[in-house]
Design a protein around this ligand. Sequence first.
Ligand code: GDP
Ligand code: MG
Length: 154
Amino acid sequence: MSSSEQTFIAIKPDGVQRGLIGDIISRFEKRGYKLVASKLVSPSKDHLEKHYEDLKDKPFFPGLVTYMLSGPIFAMVWEGRDACKTGRSILGATNPLASAPGTIRGDYAIDVGRNVCHGSDGVESAKKEIALWFKPEEVQKYKAAQFDWVYEKA
Ligand code: GDP
Ligand code: MG
């Protein structure tokens, strides 16, 4: 498991409006993950439909796209060992009522249609999502000063 695995994490419009950006960044930082890209954006309907294209046949798809269009989204790329799977466990279960306390959704959300955050569900989807949301030059490469304090081995 590489310490350079990357995941796409986004704070959805409700999370931005509710003032949760700082806390969500802080949870990933404190865990030891490295921020390599971030921006506050208002993507087009086409962009959001592409992001969620696997769900286009679901009955909640139109509502999901409307929700994602309802305000700015804070998009990020986080890097570190097992970033995709561990990122998902930091977010909590899709349905916040099933999310454990201590997770982002378990602490801040109730309805599945207002679940505050997005995280890639695997390495392959992370690659696709990072390429959709960021230009290559927007994703930084650097060694975090804390690297040797977080990892026993690279
Ligand atoms: P995620 O990977 O945990 O975000 O979950 P999915 O990829 O399955 O779904 C994407 C997003 O669609 C979720 O985060 C929710 O915002 C929304 N969603 C999923 N299932 C439902 C549902 O049953 N009802 C509604 N209203 N929204 C849903
Ligand atoms: Mg998903």
